[in-house]
Design a protein around this ligand. Structure first.
Ligand code: ATP
Length: 235
C-alpha cells in the first residue's frame, strides 16, 4: 500500500532522514521505533505532504505522490494524527469530527454512519459531543484526534505517538482501539516511544536511529532482539 524509496529529508543544512526505504502492506500495522530525534516524526510529516523531501520517493497504492499537496493525500486516503493531538480547542467534539468530512462530503451527503462508527469505538466522545475540545482530558483528546482522522474515511492512518502523556491503562485502551480500527480494514503506520506497547500491537516494525533504518522485521522477533531489548526495552 505504501512504498518509501530512499527518502531523504533535511531541515536547511541538517539532514534528518538519510535515504530511508520501507514498505507497508495493506491491512498491516507497522511501527517505527527509535529514540528522540531519530527522524520518526519527520518521516510521517513527509508521507502526509507537510514536508518536501530532497530526494527519494513516496508511493501510495502504486502511484508516486511527488509534489501532491497534503490535502490531495488525504483525499487519496492518508490521514495523519499528529503528535500532541492537535484538535481544535475552540470547537466542540462534534464540530471537530465534522471538519474532517469536508474532504469527501458534498451537498446532501450524510456523515451519520461515519459518526456512529467513531462513537461506537469511543463512547466517551458521544457523551461529550457538545463539549469544547480544550475541556477534554488528554486521553479524550487523543480519542478525538483519532476519531477525527477516521471521519476522513482513510485507507491508511499515520499515528504519531498515540500514547504520549497518557497513563498506562489509557495507553492500552487507545492501542486496543487502534487494533480494532485495523481489524475494520484500515492500514496503520505508527510512531511510538513506548516500544513495548508498539511491538505488542504491530505486525512488523522498523527501528530508526539517526535518520537511518538499522533493523526491521516481525514485531515479535524485534521484541526479542538484543539490540532492541538493550536500547529500547530497558533490558
Ligand atoms: P521525537 O520523538 O522527539 O519527535 P523523532 O524521531 O520524531 O523524535 P524528528 O522530530 O523527526 O525525530 O527529528 C529528526 C531530526 O530533525 C532531529 O535531529 C531534530 O532535531 C531535527 N528537526 C526536527 N524538526 C526540525 C525543525 N523544524 N528544524 C530543524 N531541525 C529539526
Amino acid at each position: 500500500m505504501l512504498e518509501i524509496d530512499r527518502l531523504a529529508v533535511a531541515y536547511g543544512a541538517i539532514d534528518a532522514l538519510h535515504g530511508i526505504s520501507l514498505a507497508v502492506g495493506e491491512r498491516e500495522v507497522v511501527a517505527l521505533v527509535g529514540a528522540n530525534g531519530a527522524g520518526k516524526t519527520t518521516l510521517l510529516r513527509t508521507i502526509s505532504g507537510l514536508l518536501r523531501p530532497k530526494g527519494g520517493e513516496v508511493r501510495f497504492q502504486g502511484e508516486a505522490l511527488g509534489r501532491a499537496s497534503a490535502e490531495s493525500r488525504v483525499r487519496r486516503g492518508i490521514a495523519h494524527v499528529p503528535e500532541g493531538r492537535r484538535i481544535f480547542p475552540g470547537l466542540t467534539v462534534m464540530e471537530n469530527l465534522d471538519v474532517a468530512t469536508t474532504i469527501w462530503r458534498r451537498r446532501g451527503m450524510s456523515a451519520a454512519a461515519d459518526l456512529e462508527r467513531v462513537f461506537a469505538l469511543f463512547p466517551r466522545l458521544k457523551e461529550r459531543s457538545r463539549q469544547l475540545g480544550w475541556s477534554l482530558s488528554g486521553g479524550e483528546q487523543q480519542m478525538l484526534a483519532i476519531g477525527r482522522a477516521l471521519m476522513a474515511r482513510p485507507r491508511m492512518l499515520l499515528l504519531d505517538e498515540p500514547s504520549l502523556g497518557l497513563a498506562p491503562r489509557l495507553s492500552e485502551e487507545v492501542y486496543r482501539r487502534i487494533a480494532e480500527i485495523n481489524g475494520d480494514g484500515v492500514t496503520v503506520l505508527l510512531v511510538e516511544q513506548n516500544t513495548v506497547l508498539a511491538l505488542e500491537v504491530a505486525h512488523r516494525a522498523y527501528v530508526i536511529e539517526n535518520g537511518r533504518i538499522v533493523l526491521d522485521g516481525p514485531a515479535r522477533d524485534l521484541a526479542r532482539h538484543p539490540r532492541v531489548r538493550e536500547a529500547y526495552l530497558g533490558a
